[in-house]
Ligand binder design. Structure first.
Ligand SMILES: Cc1cc2nc3c(=O)[nH]c(=O)nc-3n(C[C@H](O)[C@H](O)[C@H](O)COP(=O)(O)OP(=O)(O)OC[C@H]3O[C@@H](n4cnc5c(N)ncnc54)[C@H](O)[C@@H]3O)c2cc1C
Length: 399
């Protein structure tokens, strides 16, 4: 694309010079002159009152997508058990579909999985596309990609969401490549733009320092993967349709074979399922400092977690890290002890139902997201909380 100035039209008002972010315009011979360092960003075109700045760039036409209907969710199951993120996505899909006046569909693949369709309907699917085939017993990239590509091409959805799980992260880019659309990975929020009716896909960028909003105007479906634990599940009364999609699949077109399934030994707890989390930060001091957090967690039937600092220091194991590069959690109660509340930590816990923060510094950013803030030393507060809770439990339950 080239940008140039029609000198006959230019009245040297200098608005283009002020608007140019690259300092690539100057006055020469009584009119604006474009220098070589112009990047063709177009800022000068918008401000010229005389339309003296011209370009050969033709704006891309936005295709008519009025026939693309429906918000789809990939209903990921493993060993016949639906992943929690699939139900969370159905919750979000109901909200998005409600705004667009469209329906929610779940895409379920596997073998002997038909009982799962009722759960998907219960959590908001108006339609479940179900593909049951022996070759789909275990997740295999080729097979899933092929069938989902066929389904999308046949039914032409508007939006397609997948969980940012190991499977979702493998499948989503393959499908998006096959159907030639963009994909926004690892979103933490989704909404509909009220003017254009397009999906706004929000995710942290530049190390979590900015939240980027990504929109796709030129192709459908609008595809995104979403982190587990960030959306809320919502049951929906009513009935749904189940469409049995005949999966035509031959073993020889699948590049992989599953020889043996080895279950990974569970490393500790699954924080994303915890109802109560007692989290510690640098303020805990050292690995032993976590003992008082463990005692509180035990009385509250909760789990212990921490910030990246505490993992890097080796005070807690990596699977207990909460935040942008750790786990996203959504417990009923999150007690942040000696945590400053950096944006990267908040990204993983700010959707907790109730947040209690204990910090000696009243200006700590954690207080911006806390429902209750205690400005005090955690070594005074935490043991006292444990003591009082134990006492209350003994009085109430005699234990
Ligand atoms: C790309 C990137 C990704 C990251 N990902 C993550 C992530 O996933 N998770 C994460 O947590 N961080 C992450 N971080 C690091 C993050 O930026 C912060 O450095 C980190 O969260 C700070 O941890 P902290 O709150 O434990 O420590 P600090 O920021 O040092 O805060 C310690 C707090 O403890 C308080 N305190 C001290 N003593 C006491 C006491 N006795 N009683 C009460 N309060 C006390 C202090 O007032 C202070 O507010 C990431 C950073 C980058 C650049």
């Amino acid at each position: 694309m080239t940008v140039w100035v029609e000198t006959d039209l230019c009245d040297a008002c200098k608005l283009c010079i002020k608007a140019c972010p690259y300092g690539a315009i100057e006055l020469k011979g009584g009119s604006a002159y474009i220098l070589e360092r112009c990047t063709s960003c177009g800022a000068c075109l918008e401000v010229c009152p005389k339309a003296a700045v011209l370009t050969d760039f033709k704006p891309r036409q936005i295709p008519d997508f009025s026939d693309r209907k429906g918000v789809w969710v990939f209903a990921e199951q493993r060993g016949g058990k639906l992943t929690r993120v699939s139900l969370e996505l159905l919750g979000k899909a109901q909200e998005l579909a409600g705004e667009l006046g469209q329906e929610v569909s779940a895409v379920l693949l596997g073998h002997q999985i038909s009982d799962l369709t009722a759960t998907l309907v219960e959590y908001g699917a108006d339609t479940v596309y179900c593909m049951d085939h022996e070759a789909l017993k275990h997740y295999r990239s080729n097979a899933y990609t092929k069938l989902i590509e066929e389904l999308v091409n046949q039914y032409q959805p508007n939006i397609f969401l997948l969980g940012a799980t190991h499977i979702g992260r493998d499948l989503a880019p393959r499908v998006s490549r096959r159907i030639a659309v963009g994909l926004t990975a690892d979103c933490t929020e989704l909404s509909i733009d009220s003017k254009e009716g397009i999906l706004l896909q929000i995710r942290p960028a530049f190390g979590g320092n900015v939240m980027a909003t990504i929109a796709n105007r030129y192709s459908r479906p609008q595809m995104a993967t979403v982190r587990p634990g960030v959306m809320e599940m919502h049951k929906k009364p009513g009935k749904g349709n189940v469409i049995e999609y005949k999966a035509v699949l031959f073993e020889n077109e699948i590049k992989t074979r599953v020889l043996k399934v080895v279950k990974e030994k569970k490393k500790g707890i699954d924080l994303s399922e915890a109802n109560v989390i007692i989290a510690g930060g640098r303020g805990v001091g050292d690995a032993n400092g976590f003992d008082i957090l463990r005692e509180l967690a035990e009385v509250m039937d909760g789990q212990v977690a921490g910030t990246r600092v505490t993992v890097e220091e080796g005070w807690i194991p990596p699977e207990n890290q909460v935040g942008q590069t750790g786990r996203t959690v959504r417990p009923e109660i999150y007690i942040a002890c000696g945590i400053s509340g950096a944006v990267q930590h908040r990204a993983g816990m700010m959707n907790s139902r109730y947040i209690i923060a204990i910090n000696t510094d009243s200006r700590a950013p954690i207080f911006q997201v806390a429902d209750w803030g205690i400005v005090a030393d955690l070594f005074d507060v935490v043991p006292e909380m444990t003591r009082q809770l134990k006492e209350a439990k003994e009085k109430t339950f005699g234990i």
